[in-house]
Design a protein around this ligand. Structure first.
Ligand code: GDP
Ligand code: MG
Length: 140
């Protein structure tokens, strides 16, 4: 186990339903600490760049439209084994398959409007954190 940082997004379906606090509470209860946080409205260019790995997938256009449909809260989370811990508390991509006690099981609306993003590896966490945050915005 090691102290890690990972990147999280509270997605537009959650900000629209005023669930920023509810999501953050579940992250904190899982042992993750919010060391950076800001509410932004992603541009189309930002969303396309951030989700570039999904460019060839059939839902890419819908995903970009969804992620720019309202404000999001981008966060850096810190904790022991933070990358895996965050993926665990998020739950499966499709909330229909998510385990009890996960954020997506409790709060997500659909496979697309699934409330949270979380980095899938330590390597991608660093890339994603750098995409949205300057070093001085992160206070551990
Ligand atoms: P994640 O790592 O669990 O967020 O899932 P992926 O990296 O596979 O997909 C990125 C995001 O694209 C998901 O969180 C969903 O918002 C969206 N997404 C994934 N699969 C689908 C799909 O089959 N249809 C639609 N409309 N959106 C999807
Ligand atoms: Mg992913």
């Amino acid at each position: 186990m090691a102290l890690q940082r990972t990147f999280s997004i509270i997605k537009p379906d959650a900000t629209r339903r005023n669930l920023t606090g509810a999501v953050t509470k579940m992250l904190e209860e899982a042992g993750l600490r919010v060391v950076a946080s800001k509410r932004i409205h992603m541009t189309k260019e930002q969303a396309e760049g951030f989700y570039g790995v999904h460019r060839e997938r059939p839902f890419f256009g819908d995903l970009v439209a969804f992620m720019t449909s309202g404000p999001v809260v981008v966060q850096v989370l810190e904790g022991e084994d933070a990358v895996a811990k965050n993926r665990e508390v998020m739950g499966a991509t499709n909330p229909a398959n998510a385990d009890e006690g996960t954020i997506r099981k409790a709060l997500a609306e659909s496979i697309e409007a699934n409330t949270v993003h979380g980095s899938d590896s330590l390597e991608n966490a660093k890339i994603e954190i750098d995409f949205f945050f300057k070093p001085e915005e992160i206070v551990g």
